[in-house]
Design a protein around this ligand. Sequence first.
Ligand code: LLP
Length: 431
Amino acid sequence: MEKKVEVIMYSHPIHDFQYKNGELYCEGVKVSAIVKKVGTPVYIYSYKTLVDHYRKIREAFKAVDPIICFAMKANSNIALLSALVKEGAGFDIVSGGELKKARLVKADMKRIAFASVGKTEEEIFDAVNAGILLFNVESRPELNNINRIAGKMRKKVQVALRINPDIDVPTHDKINTGSLKKKFGIDLKTARDIFLGQKEFKNLRINGVHIHIGSQIIKGEPFLVAIEKALAFIDELERDGVKVEFFDIGGGLGIVYKDETPQTAKEYADKVLPLLKGRTFRLLMEPGRFIAGNAGIFVTRKLYLKDNGVKKFMIVDAGMNDLVRPSMYGSYHEIIPVKKVGGKKVHCDVVGPICESGDIFAHDRDMENVKDGELLAVLSAGAYGYVMSSNYNVRPRSAEVMVKGRQWAVVQERETFKDLIKGAKVPGFLK
Ligand code: LLP
């Protein structure tokens, strides 16, 4: 009998999660078969979706051969990072921990850019020692510090200044970084003064410009405004004799969560590349969500349906500690049954077991009325999912699984209670 295959999202990204005969598959593997062995909650990543999205960017920008630094903050699972390293990716890192992960997966240090508004002495030391490509710097005091540390280490360090283009970006306030009301970047006047006076920083080569205006940006216009502003800034510097060797346009490309129609990598490139004609700098990009977001789902089990007479609540075995985006940003994630049941839908909130009203995955949703104990998949959970999870309510972090074709493996074990109390002690004076 021919299997009925149905792609669950109709816009471009999530084609490697499909229903076959009413059962959800990730590539060639039944999601329910993974859960049988690993339990819930669990993050499941499709290798193919991940790599396809990386390749989409690489292809779209191939004319300028950019250094694509995957923003590790979106997902730092080492299997996923390794897959990207094999594809030639570098990383945008923001902490000493991320640097260590980059080394663990044998990333090319010449493809690493280190951002963050507050790098510590130890982090700077480690990154200089590792020989990373670029520090993306966001303030003069930090510049002084890097200069001092590099001097002590007798090293010359390359720096890009993250400029704040001060533009309005239509995205959630908490992930909007392109205006001077936010902590990010350096205002244009200060940045220009630093470039022109860079002799004062003997151990630095300040030769790059960095922008990152925010995340989950659906349409290209804000990017273009920011890039044009940065290019005008670069032109002015070059007129004054400063050579800009790196231009890092950050990340921020939006993906499908519901019914968005975000720009594709190609549409983005078609708009950006003409602006870069004739330029000699090396282009860097820092996409995170675009590469990992649609490559992951999060699977949880329905425990109960509660009806308090006013409203119905579908209670699941995962909480805001596992996937915080809906509670933190009010983000929408599609939630579908792992085994379709059909029939009349139930109008409810989908909530976790945590003692907060904000512990919610969906508001007023028409959900398939699955039986207690059945599985639900939360879609587009590959970016800012597991990495933002916590142990709130003494809940172990979930497991992570990667699927490649018909093969699959646990790539992060579920935490145990022992993991949760590691290093915890009751002091002698309480005994
Ligand atoms: N570069 C820099 C300097 C960044 O700060 C970020 C994200 C990226 C690149 C990657 O942005 P992407 O391509 O993933 O949009 N937790 C939030 C998103 C926070 C984004 C932080 N910075 C969420 O779940 O929506």
